[in-house]
Design a protein around this ligand. Sequence first.
Ligand code: AMP
Ligand code: MG
Length: 350
Amino acid sequence: MKTEYIKVDFETEAGTQGIRLAAECIKNGGLVVFPTETVYGLGADGTSADAAKRIYEAKGRPSDNPLIIHIAQPEDASLYAETDAIYKTLADAFMPGPLTVVMKAKESVPLATRGGLSTVAVRCPAHPVANLLIRLSGVCIAAPSANLSGKPSPTDARQVAEDMMGRVDMILDDGSADFGLESTIVKIEEDGSLTLLRPGRITPEELKAATGVPLAISDAVTGKLKEGAAAPSPGMKYRHYAPSAPLTLLEGDAEKCIGFIKNEGSAAIGIIAYDEDVPRFRAAFPEARIYSFGKREDELTQAHELFKLLRLMDKDPLTQIYAPLPRKSGIGLALYNRMIRAASHSIVRL
Ligand code: AMP
Ligand code: MG
């Protein structure tokens, strides 16, 4: 398949024309990669079972892993889901923005899009390109992240091109994604409580403060899904983000980490380090590749860098990677959740 690659630019006629062409492509059942404020999405008509099938094929994604549908304005959720007062509260507080809400689905969303579930995940992106694309398409856009299944989500258009050239009709390039990790996913339960299924830019603390509703954090967010247990969010059961070299997360200060790494004695090591610790790691391991992760307290920068670093490290010939274990609160929880998966739960507390 020939992929049309278009640089988006709101300042020029040609730049916005690209978004118009992409909307036509969606209407005609095509696949379009587009930027959002979290990561790049791989979109198609969310009301078409055939379009959903094409998305699963392009990603190499198992078809029981449901897609998030994207809407142009929060009110449109009621076209596709049974919305209630809690949805309205969440929408008023966080939409448009990086929050996905799982609710009981309406028949207008085909089972293929929802991975066979009775619920549907809905998000209203704030990114101007995503928002205009959905508006012009006139339908909701089903879109998972625009990576090949198992790889980190793409946070800029070059990474998209690596995975998706020849597999989609169009790629809209708008540079680097703002946040860099996928949306927060929260489910509205039948009793009106909330369950956090995936942490992201919108934190559990913010969700609780805005709604005043009890919020459970799904076990799979911070741990390993038990053998044979049903996944509350099907995406949780798949291998995710793992770089080709094994990754170990270390909890402890730089001195302790240096002692531990020396003791392990791996051949070609890569170390993701907070900026403050980079000089010490460089001095201790002159042969190693040291990747700076942002300052210790700057979780927004770390979120922005993580997937880029995971992809970059796959291009370096490494036999072992080390990274710091993030904290479990605020945006740290989103980093923690992605990094324990990338590390296949290999954590050493020093
Ligand atoms: P991605 O599209 O790559 O951001 O992944 C979408 C995530 O949303 C996956 O982990 C899915 O399992 C999850 N998801 C989508 N729809 C639902 C749903 N109805 N219930 C629970 N999780 C969902
Ligand atoms: Mg994904």
